[in-house]
Design a protein around this ligand. Structure first.
Ligand code: FE2
Ligand code: FE2
Length: 195
């Protein structure tokens, strides 16, 4: 399916605001892919579909996960919105026939990140933070770093989220911690700068 057809599906499935966000993530995912030598079309599709799971409310996501007998972690049980990544990845396969492993990985882990996830998934993860509709303190710094130093940008984004979670006394997903440790300990080795 072409990105244009998928856009129509996303427009119908999501709220106006989330549709605009998805278009923003698609756009910057493609730019990042072009900058870092990744497949631009895959980046567009993954960016556009990353929040497909949000067509369901958190309560529905929990119900679907139970129906599909998907393992639900205690943190997902507490915060079922987190399921929109893993369930979204299953639903784009089931509903839209998306099979590409890189796209599926990008959708699945776009909320928490995951240690050793591939470059395309990292680009979409980052695009979710910096797309043009996002405005929060520090976004410009991450936007700038995104096209200069991918690891630095990922760390800035992760630190921002982890700080937010800690400041509010919320549960912190271990995948985000593992992802941060993975990037930090492999600094300068995971992605060659500018390539
Ligand atoms: Fe999301
Ligand atoms: Fe998103």
């Amino acid at each position: 399916m072409e990105p244009r057809d998928l856009e129509k599906i996303i427009e119908k499935a999501l709220s106006r605001e989330r549709y605009c966000h998805s278009l923003g993530v698609k756009k910057v995912s493609q730019k990042l892919a072009s900058h870092y030598g990744e497949d631009e079309k895959k980046a567009e599709v993954a960016g556009l579909l990353h929040d497909y799971g949000k067509k369901h409310s958190p309560e529905e996501l929990l119900e679907i996960a139970l129906d599909m007998k998907i393992e639900i972690s205690p943190i997902e049980k507490e915060n079922p919105d987190l399921l929109h990544g893993p369930l979204g990845a299953l639903l784009v396969k089931k509903d839209l026939g998306i099979e590409d492993k890189d796209i599926i990985e990008a959708i699945r882990f776009h909320t928490t990140g995951k240690a050793s996830m591939g470059k395309l998934a990292c680009l979409v993860f980052l695009a979710d933070y910096i797309e043009e509709n996002r405005s929060y303190p520090g976004v410009e710094e991450i936007r700038e770093a995104a096209f200069q130093d991918l690891e630095e940008a990922l760390l800035l984004a992760l630190d921002q989220t982890i700080r937010y979670v800690l400041d509010r006394g919320l549960l912190l997903h271990s995948d985000s911690v593992d992802f941060r440790n993975y990037i930090l300990s492999g600094r300068d080795k995971i992605f060659k700068k500018g390539s």
